[in-house]
Design a protein around this ligand. Sequence first.
Ligand code: ADP
Ligand code: MG
Length: 707
Amino acid sequence: MFNPSEVPDISKLFSFLSQPLESAVDLSKAQLKKITAALGGKVFDFLVGNLPESYETRFLVTKFSDFERGQIATFKAKVVSVKRGFGKIPSYLKVDLAGSLVTITFFGKLGMIYCNLYKEGDEVLISGEVSPKSFAINLVNPEMFKFDEGWKTLLSGYIPVYKNIVGVSHLFMLRTAKMLVNTLSQYSGEWLPDGLKKEFGFPDFVESLMNLHFPHLSANIDELNDFKTRWHKRIAFDQLFFFQFGSQFSAIGMRTDKRRRIKTESDLSVSVEKNMAFELTKAQKRVLGEIRGDLASIYPMNRLLQGDVGSGKTAVMVLASLDVIASGYKSVIMAPTEILAAQHFKTISSMVPENIKIELFLGGVTGKKKKAERLENAKKADFLIGTHALFENMEFMEDIGLIIIDEQHRFGVSQRMKLQSKSVHPDVLVVSATPIPRTLALTVYGSTEISVIDEMPPGRIPVTTRLVKAENRFKVFDFVTEIIKNQNKKGYWVCPLVEESENEEMKSEMKYVEGVYEEFSQVLGDKAALLHGRMKGDEKRVIIDRLKNGEINLLVSTIVVEVGVDVPDAVFMVIENAERFGLAQLHQLRGRVGRGKDKSFCALIAGSDISEKAFNRLDFLSKTENGFKIAEYDLKTRGPGALTGLEQSGFKNDAYFLLAVRHGELVEKARIFTKTILASGDEEYIKFCNKVFELFFAERFNRFRAS
Ligand code: ADP
Ligand code: MG
């Protein structure tokens, strides 16, 4: 299919890409250290992992009369005089542009630096804003450098804008990029076969990177800024392909006989299903079937189960577990917190017959004797529910057949790998309520099989959502106070408090929440309470309990109610300045109501200065209850950073990862390509791909999977 040894330069390209950044460019080591700390140490991490976030056009000024006040001007000039400043007195450089004098003013230290760098007669390239107010043409603190050949590109192409790294100037990033791209341009070589590139219209690897860092002015600037060029697609495909390759290739290694034969649809599980208070939904049945297929297979299961909150994942988990137990093996469910583990234990105990031995296994046990006791009990149990404390003890329990990990993102892949490498090869089911769209899940999990419960149990009363304009806030206010006073209803009023906001902003937002609280307490007295993130855990719990048991009816709150608040008879959720939240986050907030028998409402109050785009997003949310569709929409309109659940996982700021996710439409292609290669028996190429994977992708791949 493709023989890398026929490409003479590929080894040079490889060693360049894997070279430490600090040895590849001849610039300040201190600054480079900061870059590598932020991006990773290899040239690859800079060139591929750090694609520009946007591009700027600089207006090229060739004669004095082209200058306009306020414009970002870029021009070549000759230094005429240098007048060094001191303290508060600025430095002035006069430069000559085609016979006319232009004044450049530098304030403070910067002036000293530039006055040392340049002298009369030097040719320089200057780029900066022409002072809007000054009478004469004057530029203050512009970017300025010696006009050597290398910087000519700055005049003929777009200027890349890189992610801001604290302590590294943008000019320094530009210089680094320029040097690297200059070296890169001498190499060729490629890991994708010509046939594939032709089929998808992908350009070469080197060509793509050169164009992405320093695109020519003839490139389509809108496509560039939207990450939509063919170069973007090509580079995105690389990651999608190698992630798939990495997981499928390693999965082949894991395809050992698990030496355990499970009879599915066992009498035990079938009778428990019959005795349930409800019939499984079609989606639950389908998903259970998929899991049973894996259980019955001779290979260990590695599956991701996804379903919106309330979609009924527990029933599926229990029925699958019972099949395993009926065949004589242990089933284990691991929850991220003790509270959730205890909750599961309670629910599940009430679902399974009494002759099934079910145990709760938590951490925090001290003393040898107590620990031994805990382990003995666990060894005897059929069904174990616990926290990650279980991980440390699993090797002593060789009859484990199935491990279910609820709420996947808190468990690391290294822990999972640890399980796989033991002599036991348990079936593993990872369960998640975070609505990650399929394409995103595939990007992150590679070839892991995915089952989705995409249907809610019947009989749930949908939450009515209304989008309200800022000027109608008073109507919502009146409605809420009315149903509290006359019908004793309960609910939430949420005001945004941006986590990372500046102190001043934070203060004013706290004032805002407090103001809203005042507003309500004037009408409702002590039926309203204030809840915010700065309160202690105990304080918060006390207030939530007061809402639960009816002492109060209204929580005026910041975002803290998003997770873990369960008040079944709360019927309204009002969110002010809703456009400041991500849709997935709003969906989670809305999920706080509609949990009981009564009709529930959600009002999204738009800010007064809301953009049309933001308004449309909220409008979409008000018409959709499906968490996956909402996540998909969020992903399309705001990019992956907007998805809740990703924040914790460290994806949020990885430009390369975000690029791959933006091109989710290529996931399926990457999958097919991977399968074709692995099935082709072309060992040379497979080995070669594995080398590329190990060199450039493995670290990043493991980092994501571990989160
Ligand atoms: P989650 O997917 O969030 O873990 P749960 O498994 O806790 O959801 O289920 C939410 C609620 O829905 C539970 O009270 C459960 O008993 C109920 N439930 C689950 N499946 C069905 C069904 N097929 N029909 C009716 N109710 C169901
Ligand atoms: Mg659950």
